[in-house]
Design a protein around this ligand. Structure first.
Ligand code: UDP
Length: 249
C-alpha cells in the first residue's frame, strides 16, 4: 500500500491502550491475539493494558510488548468507563517523547481486518455504527445544559464511538486533558453525562474537528447485521451479556 511506503520508513511507534477491569479481563486474550494479526503489522506497536487483575493478563506469544498498569476496580461500570480519559492522559505524559501515535480501544472487541497507516492522523475518530443512518436529532449526545458535554439540537457532525479514538500523542493528550477535566467538573456539580466519556468525547470533537474520521468498519458491533456499505469489518465489539460481566447493572 502506498501509505505504508510513506509511513514505514519513519520508524513510527504506535501505542494502543485498552482497559480490562474486573470480568472484562476475559476479553483480553482475543484482543491481543487479533491485534497481533491485524493492527499495524510491521510497525513498532506497544500495547498498554490497564487492569485491576495484573496476574490474569494472558501470556500470549506476541511480537508487541504488552505493558500492564494497575488500576483500582470501581463498583460502577460508569466510573470505569469515565476514568479512562484520566488514566490515558497520565500514561501519555510518560509517552510523549517515545511514541508518535496512540489509539484508545475497547477490550471487548476483536480485529478482523487490516487497521494500519490509513488510520493515522492528528485527531482520529470513528463514526459510531449504531447511529450513522440517523438524523442529527437522533444522536444520543448529552442534551442537558447542566453538563459540559451538552450539545444543542443544531450542533454536531457525526456521533463518534467512545470505544475507538486516537491520533498523535500531543493531540490525544489535549483531548484526554479536556475530557477528563470536564467530566470531573461535572462530577463536582453532581452531573454525569449520559454516555460518560463518550459524551465528553463527542463534545470535544465538535469543538475540535477530527483530522480523520474513520468509517464504522473500525468499530462495528457483532450483534448488528453487516450493512451493505460496510465492505470490511476491521474491528468489532463482541456480543456480551452485561449482567454477567459488569459490576453493576
Ligand atoms: N470496562 C472494563 N470493565 C468494566 C466495564 C468496562 O474494563 O467492568 C472497559 C472495557 O475496556 C470496555 C470499556 O470499558 O471495553 C467500555 O465498556 P462497555 O463495553 O461496558 O461499554 P459499551 O461499549 O458496551 O457501552
Amino acid at each position: 500500500m502506498l501509505l505504508d511506503a510513506i509511513f514505514e520508513p519513519k520508524n513510527l511507534t504506535i501505542a494502543a491502550t485498552v482497559f480490562a477491569v474486573g470480568k472484562y479481563i476475559q476479553f483480553l486474550q482475543d484482543f491481543l491475539v487479533t491485534a497481533e494479526q491485524f493492527f499495524f503489522v510491521g510497525y513498532n506497536v506497544q500495547i498498554y493494558v490497564f487492569t485491576d487483575r495484573p496476574e490474569e493478563v494472558p501470556k500470549i506469544r506476541t511480537t508487541r510488548p504488552v505493558s500492564v498498569r494497575s488500576v483500582p476496580s470501581f463498583s460502577r461500570w460508569q466510573e470505569i468507563s469515565a476514568h479512562r480519559m484520566d488514566l490515558i492522559h497520565s500514561l501519555l505524559l510518560d509517552l510523549q517523547s517515545s511514541t508518535n501515535y496512540v489509539f484508545c480501544l475497547d477490550v471487548d472487541s476483536k480485529f478482523h481486518g487490516r487497521w494500519s497507516s490509513e488510520s493515522l492522523g492528528d485527531l482520529v475518530s470513528v463514526v459510531h455504527p449504531g447511529y450513522y443512518g440517523n438524523p442529527r436529532s437522533g444522536f444520543p449526545y448529552e442534551r442537558r445544559t447542566q453538563s459540559r458535554a451538552y450539545m444543542a439540537p443544531s450542533d454536531g457532525d457525526f456521533y463518534y464511538c467512545g470505544g475507538a479514538f486516537g491520533g498523535s500523542v500531543g493531540f490525544v493528550l489535549e483531548l484526554t486533558r479536556i475530557c477528563s477535566q470536564n467530566y470531573r467538573d461535572d462530577e463536582k456539580e453532581g452531573v454525569e453525562a449520559t454516555w460518560q466519556e463518550e459524551s465528553h468525547l463527542n463534545r470535544y470533537l465538535w469543538d475540535n474537528k477530527p483530522s480523520k474520521v474513520l468509517s464504522p468498519e473500525y468499530l462495528w458491533q457483532d450483534f448488528k447485521p453487516r450493512n451493505p456499505e460496510i465492505h470490511i469489518v476491521r474491528f468489532s465489539g463482541v456480543i456480551k451479556n452485561y449482567a454477567l460481566i459488569r459490576p453493576n447493572v
